[in-house]
Design a protein around this ligand. Structure first.
Ligand SMILES: NC(=O)c1ccc[n+]([C@@H]2O[C@H](COP(=O)([O-])OP(=O)(O)OC[C@H]3O[C@@H](n4cnc5c(N)ncnc54)[C@H](O)[C@@H]3O)[C@@H](O)[C@H]2O)c1
Ligand SMILES: [Zn+2]
Length: 359
């Protein structure tokens, strides 16, 4: 039986089902939720080759009519032009406002499909079926959807909550090691900002996660979703504490852009970015050196990069100035007082920041 977490958002509340083999239960789980028994699955050729057949079989067995639209694979296709093509296909299929879109794939497919669902005929229901670790623990929960613009990542989008999130950890069996590790960075992030027992569990279980032990994966994903669901329920539109989920991301985005998109995976940049944020916290007298080392060790043991590329302070400052999280001209940082205790501040002296950027 899958474990279930709830995202409590009033009439937009929904369940997150996590377990091995959940794809086989998709039809039974979704049939009571859909306004009409008609779904359009959006995926890409790579994911579809592995996981489309069991999903379709399960939907059909539950009496849900099912069509498929494939979009090209990769971050460069999380774009306005792919969105346009997807909306065109939906019109050609005569999809209705009561048809449900089902996003089968990583964060790219999930963000794109969710945004299409937000705008198609002023909004249709959608379901997330995330297949990367990153998408399972982060992007599929919380209702942030969107596409990239040439001038900035995720700059066009909407909040649109899914009807449900179905997470089959068996899907991770076909994910490359590097993608698994990158998703693990977001797991560590979630624990580091909020949950010491989970952080300790990760320290003990990192070898089992690397070995893709089924029970360990289910626990890591379910706990991450539980914590993210709590944060989203408290602050759906990121007016406050949801910003804590950006721990490591101010530096991480600078790394991603600075080295050129595609060189470092997002999660890899976030891993090195979290170490930078922890060192900055230490520099400001907030965090013990031993805690910086714990975070660094956990990420390193997972096979993630922990040393930022040397881009120079000037370049980093310029890159961070363009981050979406810059509020009223000052850069906002997520810092740690301890493992499990994060807070947001814009009050960081440039001199301390420069020391970290030159390390
Ligand atoms: N909406 C949010 O709150 C949120 C949060 C974090 C990240 N994101 C977004 O998520 C995106 C990154 O997501 P991602 O890391 O999943 O990348 P991705 O969707 O590009 O997936 C990575 C690669 O893995 C492949 N893949 C997916 N599932 C697979 C499987 N089971 N087996 C084998 N290969 C598989 C994909 O086809 C792709 O080639 C970014 O666009 C980012 O902005 C959104
Ligand atoms: Zn992230």
């Amino acid at each position: 039986m899958p474990t279930t977490q709830h995202v409590a958002l009033g009439e937009r509340s929904y369940a997150i089902h996590v377990g091995g083999g959940v794809l086989r239960d998709a039809g039974a789980l979704l049939a009571p939720l859909l306004p009409r028994p008609r779904a359009v699955v959006v995926s890409n050729p790579l994911v579809a080759a592995h996981w489309l057949a069991p999903l379709r079989a399960s939907l059909s067995a539950a009496g849900i009519a099912c069509e498929t639209i494939l979009v090209p694979d990769g971050e460069t296709h999380k774009s306005w032009s792919t969105l346009h093509d997807l909306l065109t296909r939906l019109l050609e299929l005569r999809a209705e406002r009561s048809t449900t879109l089902v996003a089968l794939g990583g964060g790219v497919v999930g963000d794109l499909t969710g945004f299409a669902a937000a705008v198609y005929q002023r909004g249709m229901p959608f379901v997330q079926v995330p297949t990367t670790l990153l998408a399972q623990v982060d992007s599929s929960v919380g209702g942030k959807t969107g596409v990239n613009h040439p001038l900035g990542k995720n700059m066009i989008g909407a909040f649109h909550q899914p009807l449900a999130v179905l997470i089959d950890t068996d899907c991770l069996s076909t994910l490359p090691d590097r993608e698994l590790a990158a998703g693990f960075a977001e797991v560590v992030k979630t624990a580091a900002i909020r949950d010491v027992p989970f952080f300790e569990w990760l320290e003990t279980h990192v070898p089992r996660i690397k070995a893709r032990d089924a029970d360990a994966l289910v626990h890591a994903v379910a706990e991450s979703c539980r914590i993210k669901a709590e944060i989203v329920a408290a602050d759906e539109r990121e007016a406050g504490e949801r910003a804590l989920l950006n721990f490591g991301h101010t530096f991480g985005h600078a790394i991603e852009t600075g080295v050129g998109y595609g060189e470092w995976l997002h999660g890899e940049a976030v891993a090195a970015g979290m170490v930078m944020a922890a060192k900055l916290s230490q520099r400001l007298g907030l965090l013990a050196g031993a805690d910086v080392e714990r975070l660094r060790m956990l990420l390193q043991r997972a096979g993630l990069p922990v040393d930022a590329p040397r881009l120079g302070a000037e370049r980093y400052l310029a890159l961070m100035g363009r981050d979406k999280k810059v509020v009223a001209g000052s850069i906002r940082f997520i810092l740690l007082r301890a493992i499990g205790d994060a807070f947001v501040t814009a009050d960081v002296p440039e001199s301390a920041l420069r020391v970290i950027l030159e390390l």
